[in-house]
Design a protein around this ligand. Structure first.
Ligand code: ZN
Length: 342
């Protein structure tokens, strides 16, 4: 239909469009991150300065470029805006572009874009408020099941299921193409695999959360993470759930160990001197204050490793899911290579 040059031009055009669509939707995701936890409408009112209330002109609201053009401040009252608005738009644009390069112009791409959008909103809401809104979890689950039915056997959960069966047959010593032992129309296959993936994801994290409570006698994981995993499972399937939980645990451990090491190396706690009235001090410091003429040392912890225990697990799951979905070809190669040497 098109010759090679036309194809290249078309490909570049779609790449640019994907980046722009990602940036514009990123701007919308910022609104969602800010308003959904406050139970506000995400469509009304239009974007306005949260400090002086002035509605933004369209040219102040251009994704990615708006923030640096205004020097990170409101044009009317000068209130500084967080650079995160700009970064979320840039992140969304880059992820949308990569998704287009991986999946091409397909129906599946539209669902992957929705998937990325929901995860961007969920992650930043989790970081800000320690909750992943139900609108994200249940919405994502429904979109995952719908996508399974519409995309059929190319749905990631379904591909994962067939790969898993291939691997099982491979390990049992059978080679070559494997016929499924049931024959379903493509849409039913997609829907079934999405449903099994969601159920498996839910069960997997429910077990981890119950197990963690029994082992460590504290809340290892919120119930929001369990619901998030059902949503991820509907997209990624059984195998994808295992990959996501494995990668997320690795990322979590890696970040914790790195932060603890950095804290040991450079992050000494700050100790300040203060002159205080010994009578107003608690019993514990009164002796020190009395012997030194009211001078006490107050220890101010800087970025302690302890703070990391309060980092939610949701963002790690989301980052792992994004990596797994965008690098599925590399992951498949890695697993078949591992099986071939094992
Ligand atoms: Zn303002």
């Amino acid at each position: 239909m098109f010759d090679a040059t036309e194809q290249a031009v078309l490909f570049n055009f779609f790449c640019v469009m994907s980046f722009i669509i990602g940036a514009c939707l990123g701007s919308f995701y910022n609104v969602c991150i800010y308003r959904i936890p406050m139970k506000q409408s995400i469509v009304k009112p239009a974007s306005h300065c949260f400090s002086c209330g002035t509605y933004l002109k369209w040219y102040d609201n251009i994704p990615i470029l708006g923030w640096p053009m205004l020097g990170g401040r409101c044009r009317y009252c000068g209130t500084p805006y967080s650079s995160r608005y700009c970064l979320v738009e840039l992140l969304s644009a880059v992820l949308y572009l990569i998704a287009f390069i991986v999946f091409g112009p397909t129906v599946l791409l539209l669902f992957i874009w929705l998937f990325l959008g929901l995860l961007i909103i969920g992650t930043f809401t989790d970081i800000d408020h320690f909750i992943i809104p139900n609108r994200i979890n249940y919405g994502g689950l429904l979109i995952g099941l719908l996508g399974g039915a519409l995309v059929g056997r190319d749905w990631p959960a379904c591909r994962a299921m067939y790969n898993l069966m291939d691997d099982v047959h491979f390990l049992m010593g059978k080679f070559g193409d494997v016929e499924p032992w049931w024959v379903l129309p493509s849409w039913a296959d997609g829907l079934l695999c999405a449903g099994i993936g969601a159920g498996f994801g839910w069960l997997l994290l429910w077990l981890v959360s119950v197990g963690g409570r029994l082992l460590f006698r504290k809340e290892a994981m919120g119930f929001g993470d369990v619901k998030l995993m059902a949503f991820l499972g509907a997209f990624l399937g059984v195998q994808g759930c295992l990959e996501v939980v494995g990668l997320a645990s690795f990322l979590g451990a890696f970040v914790s160990v790195t932060m603890i090491a950095l804290h040991r190396m450079i992050g000494r706690d700050k100790i300040v001197e203060a002159v205080l009235d010994p009578e107003k001090l608690p019993e514990l410091c009164r002796t020190e204050a009395n012997t030194s003429g009211g001078v006490v040392h107050v220890r101010i912890p800087l970025r302690t490793a302890g703070q990391l225990h309060y980092l939610p697990f949701g963002p790690y799951l989301a980052v792992a899911a994004i990596i797994i979905v965008l690098c599925y070809k590399q992951v498949e190669q890695l697993i078949s290579w591992w099986l071939s040497i094992g």
